[in-house]
Design a protein around this ligand. Structure first.
Ligand SMILES: Nc1ncnc2c1ncn2[C@@H]1O[C@H](COP(=O)(O)OP(=O)(O)OP(=O)(O)O)[C@@H](O)[C@H]1O
Length: 348
């Protein structure tokens, strides 16, 4: 069945992922709240960037989107169909056809014992795509699509450079012609010199194949440059979604503004917005707004209730904050405001 054009490729609704804490041992009751109440959609052809500090749930969100992680509660609709209500075989087939995933480190993501040809044939074999001859032709086509010379078809991953390995991983993600590719830190394990090549490859493929791309990265500059929409996560929650063109200096959530203020080269040179204390543990997230323990604008209501997901003035802009940054307020003023509050809170 062809989905209606307005059907999102993937839609999460109130998705939660809770793990048993690794540090607590087998019988620990400690829980890690890796993803909390995520409502999120990806439309055909769009590029969504996901940013946030280490451990805020970016990879968890990515894995939930491609059916690699079952949410503890909530729903995942892939092209309008409930992924986790399907039988396992049907789910595997649906995920395999519709989505591809590129991981951070191609050295560990690719089977070291298989030559490139076999790595790329594997998804075609598993999903019984075409005749053997058609599969071989598809392997050659995939290699050419990602700029790998055909002569490398018999090479093992260990005989390739880091950039070439990541090209193989991208080709594998594209093998079944998905319409959504999720890339989780696809360049962070690569030499700086080849990062741009892989990013440009992803953007080029996105244009040529009409893919939607979800791009997870610590590199805020790159996310902003590559994406149509940027999602900010904090302690397992999506706290803001904003058009990429607006996220730097028109974001409404104080955390997004703080994150972007700390990114060199995005704004006129300013000191970053100072935040109070460290990120709380994901085993004991604060009540109400998760950011309130570090936020210079927090009041009692922030501890009492989770803010609603409020719409901004431009389409596609939403944020969860009781005291959002005023429209158009310059970051420089927020630095001054937060610095003054931090000064008042300092012990005398
Ligand atoms: N299998 C697991 N068992 C226990 N805790 C886990 C598991 N997977 C992830 N976590 C925890 O869940 C939280 C979110 O992890 P996740 O990897 O999604 O964050 P992230 O934002 O991608 O981090 P990074 O940027 O460092 O990759 C972290 O506190 C992490 O330690």
């Amino acid at each position: 069945m062809t989905p209606a054009p307005e059907t999102p490729l993937v839609a999460l609704s109130d998705a939660h992922v809770v793990h048993r804490a690794r540090s607590g041992g087998l019988f620990s009751r400690d829980r890690v709240y890796a993803l909390t109440g995520a409502d999120f959609t990806v439309a055909p052809g769009e590029t969504v960037g996901v940013v946030g500090e280490s451990g805020c749930g970016k990879s968890t969100l990515a894995r939930v989107l491609v059916g690699a992680q079952r949410p503890t509660s909530g729903t995942v609709l892939l092209r309008g169909r409930d992924l986790w209500a399907m039988k396992p075989d049907e789910r595997r087939a649906t995920v395999g056809r519709g989505t591809g995933m590129v991981f951070q480190d191609p050295s560990t993501a690719l089977n070291r014992r298989l030559p490139v040809r076999r790595i790329l044939r594997d998804p075609l074999d598993v999903h019984r795509r075409g005749t053997p001859a058609e599969r071989e032709a598809r392997v050659r086509e995939l290699m050419s699509l990602v700029g790998l010379p055909g002569a490398l078809a018999d090479a093992l991953p260990g005989q390739l450079s880091g950039g070439q390995r990541q090209r193989v991983a991208v080709a594998r993600a594209l093998a079944l012609d998905p319409d959504l590719v999720v890339a989780d830190e696809p360049t962070s394990a690569l030499d700086v010199s080849v990062r741009a090549q892989i990013l440009n490859l992803l953007l080029d493929l996105k244009e040529r194949l009409g893919l939607a791309l979800v791009f997870v990265s610590h590199d805020i500059q790159t996310v902003r440059r590559m994406s149509d929409r940027v999602v900010t996560m904090y302690l397992g929650r999506i706290v803001e979604e904003a058009p990429a063109a607006e996220v730097t200096d028109r974001a409404r959530h104080p955390y997004t503004r703080a994150l972007f203020s700390a990114t060199p080269g995005l704004l006129d040179p300013i000191d970053p917005i100072p935040l109070a204390g460290p990120v709380p543990s994901a085993t004991r997230p604060p009540s109400g707004c998760p950011f309130r323990t570090r936020c210079w604008r927090a009041t009692d209501v922030c501890a009492a209730t989770l803010p609603d997901n409020s719409p901004g003035t431009t389409p596609g802009h939403r944020f969860r904050c009781h005291h959002p940054v005023e429209e158009g307020r310059p970051t420089r003023e927020l630095v001054a405001q937060a610095t003054a509050v931090a000064g008042r809170q300092e012990p005398t």
